[in-house]
Design a protein around this ligand. Sequence first.
Ligand code: ZN
Length: 460
Amino acid sequence: MNITFFGAARTVTGSQHLLTLDDKRILLDCGLFQGRREEANRINRTFPFDPATIDVVILSHAHIDHSGNLPSLVKNGFTGKIFATPATRDLCSIMLTDSAMIQMKDADYLLRHKGIIVDPLYTLDDVIQVMSQFQSVPYNMEFEPIKGFKVEFFDAGHLLGSAITKMTWQENGVQKRLAFTGDVGRSNRPILKDPQLFGDVDYLICESTYGGRIHEEEDNLRGELLRIINDTIYKRGKLIIPAFSVGRTQDIVYYLNDLSNHHLLPNIPVYVDSPLAISATHVFRLHPECYNESIRTLLFSDPDPFDFRGLKYTREVVESKKINRQKKSCIIIAGSGMCEAGRVLHHLSHEISKERNTVLFLGYNAPYTLGRKIAQGDKYVNILGDSHKVRATVESLSGLSAHADHNELLEYLSHLNTTTVKKVFLVHGELDHQEALKTALVERGFGDVSIPSKGDSVNI
Ligand SMILES: [Zn+2]
């Protein structure tokens, strides 16, 4: 078998790895590259191979940096099946639709405001075609997408439906096993199960996003959340929580629901102001097979952990605008998580200059994003073209990260027999983080750990 690393090589987006076995070609993930506009455009529009020659795609999970360029693949001639878990398929349906709408609106904006004619990267028609090529396979059920090439999904505990893919095949009478981690989650998270162990392999393609970095301990996440809510109410302010619509929003709603069940949540309105989050929450409700023990137990006493008294999901723009006019204390959860787009911008532009309000960040903010500027304490920020003085209190809680950190990844990989693993390839990380993880893996007995560059090809 030959592996070529075409994306998420020494970077964190655009996950895409091509396996060639005899005359068959298998693509692991087909993510959208995210970065500077021109570079992203060029990379996402041009595949380094002919999509028509790909036999099957195996998809680790629905995050756009792993699934978001599937519509381009199909648009450029891919006609094979896309294998993924049922929850990944369902999340892709809403997330790729959302992504297509963004591409179409972008093209429209450029035409109307700058007179530039561009073809959207893909459209809703391409997404519909992608959905018709999906084939769902549950966790822990071996399947054979190509004769003699066996595949099994293990729960990665990172996002609803996320999978670690284990592949087994024979070459020259020798059995070989390769695992691709996709993104690895963490133990003891609010909704999802712990990452599942996948057993011995000969080769491993492993993510390295948090190599060398440790998540802050959040012993008392519920307590801290409650303190921030109460502090804001004391000031008669609003609490604005920028959150990713898929995953993070459901986590925070789950925590608020828990506070409500314990009669600790003050009686104020809570708004989830994001159409994508509303659709994603429906998908979460449809997939209890991905739930961990604690949420399953909870279901006996609380049939809907994504709803509680005072919670309102707002889909329409007119409802969203009403929230801005509300004078009383409330909690507003809105996308996007790093404040780069979405309804959270309107809420921030209305509220960030008022001392009584609070902005709460739940995770990582990439450099140069509005989220990063607010979180790092900039006194003035530009929102939707206007400068605003930041007078609101800014807080952050990092205990909700969906990625295993350095130690958690090492702990998770400790179930592997290091003498059996012949090669480890680190992907999906910035180089310095990858180097840190590589050093730690070598110290723990993994003999051959490499960090492929984009386009590197290896025979295994
Ligand atoms: Zn992910």
